[in-house]
Design a protein around this ligand. Structure first.
Ligand code: ZN
Length: 186
């Protein structure tokens, strides 16, 4: 099974300032719906605003969001976790997808990154983030939980002002890898 998580996806159209990952809900849902007819997939979306509860931090440990993830992990063979986020402004270059990895021992993580590199411009933002907060690598609670459970995982940041066709293209590229993965396993 593929697990898709989106810890900062809870948004309100009434709030004008940026209070959530604006396209995380959309990207996670599109990805889930694309994979669903072809392969086992579960989607876990945020159930509250980030300023009330950050589901990517250990403080959310007892939340229903984390309990759902725990149950999915316990009851299924989760082969990969896609943790979906989004960002509002281009950084140094014009990459519209950034990745963050915590698991450096997973061949499946390597394989998925290699696949993506052949299709899109993709960049790891590890170095940059570690400059911002020295303990950054320890505070991505979902990635850390997956590492603890030996589940390959990657965090993705998608550009919030990407066009509709670009978003669809990215969803297609991402979903195809996992649909093929399960097809080959049969
Ligand atoms: Zn986020």
């Amino acid at each position: 099974m593929i697990l898709i998580t989106a810890p900062h996806s809870y948004c309100s159209s009434k709030l004008l300032y940026r209070h959530c990952d604006r396209i995380a809900y959309e990207m996670a849902t599109l990805l889930h719906d694309k994979i669903k007819p072809h392969a086992p997939v579960e989607l876990v979306l945020a159930e509250d605003f980030r300023y009330n509860m950050d589901f990517n931090r250990p403080i959310s440990e007892k939340s229903p969001f984390q309990q759902r993830i725990n149950n999915i992990i316990k009851e299924n063979k989760v082969v990969f976790c896609l943790d979906i986020h989004s960002f509002p402004k281009f950084k140094i270059d014009n990459n519209d997808v950034y990745i963050l990895r915590h698991d450096y021992n997973s061949p499946l993580v390597d394989e998925f990154i290699l696949y993506l590199q052949n299709k899109i411009k993709i960049k790891e933002y590890k170095g940059e983030s570690q400059k911002e907060t020295t303990d950054h690598i320890y505070v991505n609670y979902i990635l850390d939980k997956m590492v603890d459970n030996k589940i390959p995982a990657l965090l993705f940041e998608f550009y919030e002002y990407a066009t509709k066709s670009r978003k669809e293209e990215l969803v297609e590229i991402f979903a195809s890898f996992w649909i093929d993965y399960f097809k080959k396993k049969k």
